[in-house]
Ligand binder design. Structure first.
Ligand SMILES: NC(=O)c1ccc[n+]([C@@H]2O[C@H](COP(=O)([O-])OP(=O)(O)OC[C@H]3O[C@@H](n4cnc5c(N)ncnc54)[C@H](O)[C@@H]3O)[C@@H](O)[C@H]2O)c1
Length: 297
């Protein structure tokens, strides 16, 4: 993947859709984008959480509205896209994790991980890309993970989904370039972030592989988007992973073991409160319904 920069995307006056912005880095990206002058549209399965983000954006003087959307539901995404109208930036951020060994994970949670983390990228991006192309401007941001650069024990479904997210964004970038469309793509590959999604994970060398601060990640993503960057990898050590692949697999594995990467999930609990766990059922109201929660002028 290239690390070069392309078209910048100043957010002042832009309409920015963020999926999964009811909590975690999605909520913080909404706040940051609004601070930079964007109107923010929040799609989340958790209506109350999405409304909470709207309230937080409004409280700081910004403009936001939210819709309850299950991004895995094609019809719901199409309806919500109609209701949302044209957007300048899509940030594919909604994600879930199972955190179990392959044989311990339920089939439902495996399927759900792939549907939220992969299939939704297609439904959401396709709903808005045509409009961006016809207006000759836009950006698509995909929040993948460092787990899209290396597999990790107890992340078979999650890591597979994030490899797919990177492949999705990279192929889209090539398509858009080949067709001469001035739409930027940005893929984001962070190591663990302290949002609660990966509660219980441990890092052996925090100086090299720190658990990232959500505020710092959110700010970096929005800055990278505005700067027209195509790839954001955090922390810097993760950028070495592709280079290490030149080594024999046994040595590659030993380096990861030495760094403690495959032990990070040993004490994983994930988010223990109701909401975004891989086995979590859809929120009340059915998986296909969408509803506007609030809007400010
Ligand atoms: N937390 C980490 O350590 C970490 C590390 C690397 C990458 N990421 C990625 O960053 C993104 C955000 O993670 P986070 O840590 O902020 O998580 P989070 O759990 O705080 O937020 C995820 C949001 O997605 C929403 N969501 C889940 N399923 C949905 C669905 N079907 N439709 C609509 N919304 C849905 C949830 O309601 C929640 O608000 C995810 O894609 C995640 O995989 C997280």
């Amino acid at each position: 993947m290239t690390t070069s920069r392309s078209r910048g995307y100043p957010l002042d006056g832009a309409r920015v859709l963020i999926t999964g912005a009811g909590s975690g880095i999605g909520r913080l990206m909404a706040l940051e984008a609004a601070r930079r002058g964007a109107e923010v549209i929040i799609w989340d399965l958790d209506d109350a959480a999405a409304r909470g983000t709207v309230a937080a954006v409004t409280a700081q003087g910004g403009t936001a509205r939210s819709l309850r959307v299950d991004v895995t539901d094609r019809q719901a995404v199409a309806r919500a896209a109609d209701e949302t109208g044209a957007v300048d930036v899509v940030i594919n951020n909604a994600g879930v994790v199972t955190g179990a060994r392959l044989l311990d994970a339920s089939e439902d949670s495996i399927q759900r991980t792939l549907e939220v983390n992969v299939m939704a990228l297609f439904w959401v991006t396709r709903a808005f890309l045509g409009g961006m192309i016809s207006r000759g401007r836009g950006a698509v941001v995909t929040v993948a993970s460092a787990a899209g650069w290396t597999g990790v024990a107890r992340q078979t479904d999650y890591s597979a989904s994030k490899w797919a997210a990177i492949g999705f964004t990279e192929s889209l970038r090539h398509e858009l370039r080949a067709d001469g469309h001035p739409i930027n793509t940005l893929v984001v590959c962070p190591y663990y972030i302290d949002t609660g999604m990966f509660d219980g994970v441990q890092t052996r060398y925090p100086a090299l592989l720190p658990i990232l601060k959500p505020e710092q990640v959110a700010r970096s993503v929005i800055s990278a988007l505005e700067a027209g960057r195509q790839q954001l990898v955090m922390p810097p050590l993760v950028r070495w992973v592709p280079a290490l692949r030149i080594l024999p697999v046994r040595i590659f594995d030993r380096i990861l073991d030495t760094l403690g990467v495959n032990q990070t999930m040993d004490h994983f609990t994930g988010r223990t409160a109701v909401r975004t766990g891989g086995d979590q059922p859809p929120a009340k109201g059915g998986s296909t319904s969408t509803s506007e929660s609030s809007a400010t002028g």
